[in-house]
Write a protein that binds this ligand. Structure first.
Ligand code: SF4
Ligand code: SF4
Length: 102
C-alpha cells in the first residue's frame, strides 16, 4: 500500500487528503461546508435526543420539534475528491482529512 498522489501539469506531486470525520459535537449546522463542496458529499440533517438522524425539510418551518439541532453529515464519502474546501471554510474545525491508500 502506498499513498495516492497526483502529478500536476507542472510536474509537481500533490497528495489529496479525503474527508474522514465530522465532529457533530462541535458542528453548528451553519451549512458553509455544504455550499462549497463541489461533489455532493455532504447533507444537512437533524439530530434528535437519541442521537438519530432526522430528515430536514428546508421548506418546512414546522419541523423544529423533531430534532434537537441541525448538523452536517458525511453522506457520500466515496464521492470526495480531497479538495479540503469544507475544512477550510468550517468555523468550528469539525473536519479531519487523510490521504488515500492504494
Ligand atoms: S474535501 Fe472537497 S469534495 Fe471532499 S467533502 Fe470536503 S469539500 Fe467536498
Ligand atoms: S461548516 Fe462546520 S460548523 Fe458549519 S455545518 Fe459545516 S461542519 Fe458544521
Amino acid at each position: 500500500m502506498t499513498t495516492f498522489n497526483i502529478t500536476m501539469p507542472s510536474g509537481a506531486t500533490w497528495t489529496p487528503t479525503f474527508v474522514q470525520t465530522l465532529n457533530e459535537e462541535k458542528c453548528i449546522g451553519c451549512g458553509r461546508c455544504f455550499k462549497v463542496c463541489p461533489r455532493g458529499v455532504l447533507e444537512l440533517v437533524g439530530l434528535n435526543a437519541d442521537g438519530e438522524y432526522v430528515h430536514v425539510d428546508e421548506d418546512d418551518d414546522d419541523d423544529d420539534g423533531e430534532y434537537d439541532k441541525k448538523v452536517m453529515k458525511i453522506a457520500h464519502q466515496e464521492l470526495c475528491i480531497g479538495c479540503t474546501a469544507c475544512a477550510k471554510i468550517c468555523p468550528k474545525k469539525c473536519y479531519t482529512h487523510a490521504p488515500a491508500q492504494v
